[in-house]
Design a protein around this ligand. Structure first.
Ligand code: NAD
Ligand code: MLT
Length: 317
């Protein structure tokens, strides 16, 4: 199957490598970032394809506005949560993504988050900038010998496991699809969730947000954990129950948490805002894929898939 792609609308800030590659291959590109929804609905009619990251929402309304012209939506990233895939299918629009391009970056941010929960580097740096010298306040704990639970043993979960094992952590994990052998190859002891909760010193989630994973780390789960368990979410807002973590931080059941993703972005709810302000929380604004390397990779991958769809051989220079 080939698709005639002549004009592409780039809706979010993707690396220029994407635009350059498309143009070299004879595809016209318009760069119109963060259009309000009514303008996006007007614009989308003029294009065969659109490229987004996570800011622009490709809703049913947008897809219906593009009906008859829009044939492909490309996501320069892994999750397609911001694209209404059933509505796209109904409107005969192909949805494609670049699932592996930013895995290492998301994995590395996760490892950094785990490190900042073990050693309070963030508040210590702030204290130095404020002219203080508080050595006693910022003592931490070693990761060596601690147990890390990885929930979701796909691309990112396994990379996190491999790296944190090198720090001397015991890695346990849960995934309904990944086999015990695949888990073992990444140094992970596969277990049930009920076996995991009481063993974990740290929990990190790496699943998509689907009904089965919403509130995977819940109040009930946290209550079954060791006192002081630490939680990391660099996957999708909603996989970790934010209210449950907030309550557990207050009671001391949770010893710290790191979030890169939120149920609404930018965060709006009072719960998320309280969590971000909590002294034991390290919060970053969805930076998992924000590295030079990942952005070039996803940009090139999305462009290459568009060119492949046209059925023409790719021009590189
Ligand atoms: P992946 O598809 O490779 O792996 C996901 C794994 O989750 C799969 O192995 C799957 O079997 C497992 N899973 C599904 N349901 C589960 C359940 N109920 N319990 C436990 N595991 C379950 O995905 P990935 O590329 O590793 O990405 C993981 C997450 O990270 C996604 O949500 C993705 O959108 C997110 N992500 C975030 C950033 C960021 O910037 N913060 C960057 C890249 C990816
Ligand atoms: C993804 O799904 O790839 C990430 O969340 C990163 C991004 O939104 O760019």
């Amino acid at each position: 199957m080939t698709v005639d792609i002549k004009n592409v609308l780039v809706c979010d800030a993707v690396d220029s490598a994407c635009v350059e590659l498309l143009q070299k291959n004879g595809i016209n590109v318009a760069y119109k970032l963060k259009l309000p929804v009514d303008e996006l609905c007007k614009e989308v009619k003029n294009y065969d394809a659109a490229i987004v990251r996570s800011d622009t929402k490709i809703t049913q309304q947008v897809l219906e506005a593009g009906a008859g012209s829009l044939k492909v939506v490309g996501r320069a990233g892994a999750g397609v949560d911001n694209i209404d895939v059933p509505a796209a299918t109904k409107n005969k629009v192909i949805v494609l993504n670049t699932p592996g391009g930013n895995s290492i970056s998301a994995c590395e941010l996760t490892c950094i988050a785990i490190g900042t929960l073990a050693r309070p580097v963030v508040p210590a740096v702030q204290s130095m900038k404020e002219g203080r010298w508080d050595r006693k306040l910022y003592s931490g704990s070693e990761l060596y010998g601690k147990t890390l639970a990885v929930l979701g043993l796909g691309r990112i979960g396994r990379e996190v496991a491999i790296r944190m094992k090198a720090w001397g952590m015991r890695i346990i994990g849960y995934d309904p699809i990944t086999t015990e052998e695949e888990a073992k190859a990444a140094g992970i002891e596969k277990m049930t969730l009920d076996e995991i909760w009481p063993l974990a010193d740290y929990i990190t989630v790496h699943t998509p947000l689907i009904p089965a994973t919403r509130n995977l780390v819940s109040a009930e789960a946290l209550a079954k954990c060791k006192k002081g368990v630490k939680v990391v979410n660099v996957a999708r807002g909603g996989i970790v129950d934010e209210q449950a973590v907030l309550d557990a931080l207050e009671s001391g059941q949770c010893g710290g948490a790191a979030f890169d993703v939120y149920p609404e972005e930018p965060p709006k709810s009072e719960v998320t805002k309280k969590l971000i302000q909590h002294p034991k929380v390290v919060a970053t604004p969805h930076l998992g894929a924000s590295t030079a390397e990942a952005q070039v990779r996803v940009a090139v991958e999305v462009a290459e898939q568009f060119i492949a769809l046209t059925g023409k051989s790719q021009v590189y220079t």
